[in-house]
Design a protein around this ligand. Structure first.
Ligand code: PRX
Length: 629
């Protein structure tokens, strides 16, 4: 595909407006003087005390950044703006699915966050505690994250689409005492039952003493005495003062942990910290999205994923942008809901996923054409490789042919963009282009030797960067093993993606090379799906694989070996699909469940998913010398 990819050069208008007009020289400087480059970016922020050392690499791979510095990300995301004209600028414009609108200036945001911070303190939350947040897309979700950070507590946001089992597992791993939630949110015209899910989860979470609920939908929900409080009741009490001191933290103190799927059944809580993360996210956002003071920035992800953490909540607020948030489904009540809001609010930058674009594409060209989208200046993409067809549709119909597409490759673990263009970068549809400043990235074979341009290999990152996750919560050894063991002698980070680099140094991401799946841009472990299946009394063994899907990128296909006595049936197939959806959330619902007589295994008993996949796709089975039967 890449050999003859079309090249889209930026228009003179884009180049004229761009804050950074040259990539190569600055890139060279940034990798040759990495610590200076990052120190210069860090100097744009406020620090309670300056760092003694930019990078401490004495305990690889447990790197530390801005060592000795005192800071709090809230000092930069909110406090700093209150002393400038940004104080009265809009920080958040939010539209609910039914069409209700709420707006908050930076001044108002500070009051909301301070109130929530004081409530958390009154509930006994202290510096170092971990608060779990399980919310729909309402402004309070963002306030809750910021409130935790403000008082030095870490947040663990669990995506509101996850099941009660998944929620309970994450609460227990983090040992949260306090959970923040809402009665529900609106999705396709209907209220979701969020608090009911929390109620079920809290039957299995011995550490939780307090649950605070936002009233969003007004539906009836069970509230347990001495555990459950409505946020609006607490806000009316004297404890909820709108003034609160921001806690001064060490640069390396934990800001949040965020669970993501890996190749085993147990989700990993990746730890991010105040200092490096604020520098990395704000720099990547400012440079790649060429942020101007007047921008209205819409990252259409859920705040519950890393994209929402970095590019809804933190980076745009640090950069003093106005962010837009929308609660519901993109096609409700009609497929032009997004385009209507882009026009209505004068959005300048839209950042979304290939799955969302493909989903809106299928309704045809007439929907975006009904609206004046000329206020858009830049478009972004994230979460999975974008197919050139979707790229071109996005570029032509949404961007009017004038907006560069900033395709950003990164991960929960990286904190921010690792490979992405700048607005001035010539683009090739489907390629995330070149490394972000400071990063040396390569495609190598299993021995760490760089492969020829155009050949597939392992993507590796050769250097530390300030936004990198510091560890896996409670499991530093798993952190080392998962990401650093593969290329240990070289000291490279191994993200688990396979990729190609072309002769121009452009990266083309192919997909995950491990047992992780990207379904509609969501990350799932095959092992999680398999253990949900094996939890069913009729199932002896199961294997899950991803197969290409037109809309979702990948969909889940399961192969199930039944216990003796159990018989395959349509009803059982549906039951198994439901079992997975109930345990992991609706996004994990398998596309198909196939009943089989045996599963391909190695002699040591490992299921060879690769063989199942090749078979399903009618491909050559490859090396099957280790196959037992
Ligand atoms: O496979 C890559 C894919 O998403 C993975 C990371 O998933 P997650 O931690 O959930 O973070 C998603 C949002 C940052 C990567 O290992 N991925 C992410 N962005 C891209 C991508 N694949 C291709 N192109 C991208 N732009």
């Amino acid at each position: 595909m890449e050999e003859n990819a079309e090249i889209y050069r930026p228009s003179p208008v884009v180049v004229e407006a761009a804050n950074i007009k040259e990539y190569n020289q600055l890139y060279k400087y940034s990798v040759e003087n990495r610590e200076d480059f990052w120190a210069e970016q860090a100097e744009k922020l406020f620090w309670h005390k300056r760092w003694d050392k930019v990078l401490d690499d004495s305990r690889k791979p447990f790197y530390k950044w801005f060592v000795g510095a005192k800071t709090n990300i809230i000092s930069n995301a909110i406090d700093r703006h209150l002393a400038t004209a940004t104080r009265n600028k809009l920080a958040i414009i939010w539209e609910g699915e039914p069409g209700d609108v709420r707006t908050f200036s930076y001044h108002a945001l500070n009051r909301e966050v301070s109130q929530m911070a004081n409530i958390l303190k009154a509930m006994g939350v202290q510096k170092g505690h971990i608060v779990t947040i399980y919310m729909p897309q309402v402004p309070e979700q963002v306030f809750a994250m910021l409130a935790c950070a403000k008082i030095g507590a870490a947040h663990s946001v669990v995506y509101g689409g996850f099941s009660h089992e998944a929620l309970a597992e994450r609460i227990n791993d983090a040992k949260s005492r306090v959970v923040l939630t809402a009665d529900g949110g609106f999705r396709r015209g209907k209220p979701t039952q969020l608090k009911e899910i929390v109620n079920k989860a809290l039957e299995h979470t011995p550490t939780v003493e307090v649950c605070i609920t936002v009233r969003r939908t007004g539906q009836e929900t069970f509230m347990e005495n001495d555990r459950d409080y409505w946020l609006h009741d607490l806000k009316a009490l004297p404890i909820a003062s709108p003034r609160c001191e921001t806690e001064v933290m060490d640069a390396e103190d934990m800001l949040f942990l965020l669970y993501t799927s890996g190749s085993t059944g147990k989700p990993k809580g990746l730890v991010h910290t105040h200092g490096g993360y604020q520098v990395y996210t704000s720099t990547t956002h400012r440079m790649a999205f060429d942020i101007k003071d007047e921008d209205r920035f819409w990252c259409a992800a859920d705040p519950g994923w890393i994209t929402g953490h970095s590019y809804i909540t933190y980076a745009p607020l640090i950069n003093g942008s106005t962010i837009f948030l929308y609660e519901g489904a993109p096609n409700h009540p009609y497929p032009d809901r997004w385009w209507k809001m882009v026009e209505k609010y004068g959005i300048n930058i839209l950042y979304t996923s290939p799955t969302a674009i493909r989903g809106l594409m299928r309704f045809g060209e007439s929907w975006p054409k009904k609206h004046d989208l000329s206020g858009l200046r830049l478009l972004g993409s994230v979460g999975e490789p974008i197919n050139p067809e979707a790229w071109k549709w996005y570029h032509r119909l949404v961007g009017g042919g004038n907006c560069p597409i900033i395709d950003t490759w990164w991960q929960t673990e990286t904190g921010g963009f690792m490979i992405c263009p700048l607005p001035i970068t010539p683009l090739k549809p489907g390629s995330a282009t070149r490394p972000f400043f400071g990063n040396e990235i390569a495609v190598v074979d299993d021995h760490g030797v760089e492969v020829q341009p155009g050949h597939e290999g392992n993507l590796v990152i050769k250097n530390p960067w300030p936004g990198m996750a510091r560890t896996i919560f409670n499991d530093p050894e798993r952190f080392r093993k998962t990401y650093w063991e593969r290329f240990e002698s070289q000291g490279w980070y191994h993200p688990g993606d396979s990729a190609k680099m072309d002769k121009d140094g452009y990266f083309w991401i192919i997909g995950r090379s491990d047992d992780v799946l990207k379904v509609s841009g969501y990350r799932l472990g095959t092992a999680e799906v398999e253990s949900a299946l094996v939890g069913h009394p009729a199932v002896a063994e199961a294997a899950a694989i991803g197969l290409p899907h037109e809309l979702k990128g990948n969909s889940i296909h399961c192969f199930v070996l039944l216990k003796t006595g159990a018989a395959p049936s349509r009803a059982l197939e549906d039951e198994l699909k439901k079992q997975v959806a109930d345990q992991l959330g609706a996004i994990a619902r398998p596309e198909e469940v196939h009943f089989v007589e045996s599963l391909p295994k190695t002699r040591s008993g490992k299921i060879m998913r690769r063989v199942l996949r090749a078979q399903a796709l009618g491909q050559d089975l490859g090396d099957i010398s280790t196959l037992e039967e």
